[in-house]
Design a protein. Structure first.
Length: 277
């Protein structure tokens, strides 16, 4: 992959990470549309670039949301602390045990399209529910609902932010508070997932491999890929910073159906691309 392709994917990572439209779905579909071969889905470069994109976006989000995250820590009480732990448990467990199996299916257009469409439909359903609860009403069972949603978001196309927003709105939280809960629960998972992938990638790179001539040595599949990874991470960091206004109070109070409609359009395009391939 040329650095300019990684740069493009990094630019796309920012807004699709901030909005509930699934960054992984966009990256997978764009890579396919750009003519990347099928073996890209399971390649070490693909895994490395995904780590770089998520790390760049996570670093920017920590900067943008640092005040909000600090406020969340100050507001913790016994119930909300248990809720946040429960919000982290399911995605951590499922991610550790099953993430690599799920990633194998991540680039398949029809799988991604199904996740986008079904996730969008769930968002519309949840957003139609009355807003009768605020942040102060957070209970442990709400945290568990957020955790299950984040575990489901490991499925291709579902979207972490979309799933947590759906869970929070389904539990009756107002839109703005649902966004706050989404990021308080989701940002540690995003950063942790990037760290786990980086650790696994480092181990695989350090493993011994046998070449076609029977020689044993270290894997060098990522040799010369530094500019590609740097371009992706830098572009993801900057594009996420540029999307900071989308995290403001105004956008958070808006309905979710426009995102569901957009997701349906992307899902249709992905489905058609798979049919014509």
């Amino acid at each position: 992959m040329a650095p300019h392709r990684a740069l493009l994917l990094g630019i796309v990572q920012g807004p699709t990470e901030v909005l509930p439209v699934s960054s992984s779905a966009h990256i997978a579909l764009l890579a396919r549309a750009g003519g990347e071969p099928d073996r890209w889905r399971d390649s070490e470069l693909r895994n490395s670039l995904e780590v770089a994109l998520h790390a760049g976006a996570a670093a920017a989000l920590v900067i943008v949301l640092r005040g909000e995250l600090a406020q969340g820590v100050r507001e913790l009480n016994s119930e909300s602390a248990v809720a946040m732990v429960l919000a982290l448990g399911p995605p951590a467990l499922v991610g550790y045990l099953l993430e690599q199996r799920l990633e194998h299916r991540a680039g398949r257009p029809r799988t991604v399209a199904a996740g986008l469409a079904l996730g969008g439909a769930a968002m519309v359903w949840a957003d139609a529910r009355p807003a009768r609860r605020r942040l102060a009403d957070l209970k442990p069972r709400d945290g568990l609902a957020l955790g299950v949603a984040q575990a489901l978001a490991l499925l291709p196309g579902v979207s972490r932010s979309g799933a947590t927003l759906t869970a929070a709105r389904a539990r009756g939280f107002a839109r703005e508070d649902a966004h706050v809960l989404s990021w308080r629960a989701g940002l540690p998972v995003l950063a942790g997932a990037a760290a786990l992938k980086a650790y696994r990638l480092g181990r695989s790179q350090g493993a011994l491999a046998v070449d076609a001539h029977g020689r044993v040595g270290r894997s060098n599949a990522l040799s010369g890929s530094g500019p590609v990874l740097a371009a992706g991470a830098g572009a993801a960091f900057l594009s996420t910073l540029a999307c900071a206004p989308l995290l403001g109070r105004g956008p958070r109070s808006r309905p979710l159906w426009p995102f569901a409609l957009y997701r349906a359009g992307v899902a249709l395009a992905g489905w058609r691309s798979s049919a014509s391939a």
